[in-house]
Design a protein around this ligand. Sequence first.
Ligand code: OZR
Ligand code: MG
Length: 214
Amino acid sequence: TRSTRPQRLLNAVRKHATRGDPQSVISAIDHFCRHSEWAMNIGDEKGSILDSVVSELNPEKVLELGTYCGYSTVRIARLLPPGARLITLEFNADYAAIARQVIALAGLEDRVQLVEGASEDWIPRMKEHFGIETFDFVFLDHWKDRYLPDTKLMEDCGLLRKGTVLLADNVICPGVPDYLQYVRNSLSYKSCYFKSHLEYTKAEDGLEKSVFLG
Ligand SMILES: O=C(NC/C=C/[C@H]1OC[C@H](O)[C@@H]1O)c1cc([N+](=O)[O-])cc(O)c1O
Ligand SMILES: [Mg+2]
């Protein structure tokens, strides 16, 4: 049977990256997506904005919604101190299998926990199953119609604290209008928009950074 795009992306990482070198994994994926096949990774331009938000925050407890092939997982985890932990949720088992290998090639499995399943099933279990009190940083990049319900679910489960930062990908393309309206109008968030481009294209897209005010 034909290979899948994630499998071809993993092959490119195996071929061009250096095991244990996260930057080489990132560069291999960006090269593959620019020159071989577009894929829905956050990419290098928006990825630099993600890097700056993570570096400034120095989070200990991170949640990523939507792993896909693990590109943003590697971008975030490479900036975390060894004691920090990143939990990443992926619904699609095939994507999860690829992402595990990408994360291992980057040598970051010690600070990443990839969980397969639906965000709405796992968010309510974060405390009792992973011993998480609250998250310092949440990266939203999964199904666009899940950003808002999952944000409300995280609030209801007490997983956000005063100062928790939410960073949402694709707020323009494909777009998350209900989520944007919520975080920009709610008195519980201080929100700002980082204008950029859809990964590997000239189309406008951007990231929305929202600080939970408690
Ligand atoms: O759907 C997107 N992401 C949602 C991913 C959905 C998949 O990952 C979580 C779930 O397992 C699903 O199979 C997306 C789509 C585009 N796009 O240009 O279409 C660009 C992006 O950056 C995106 O994150
Ligand atoms: Mg995205």
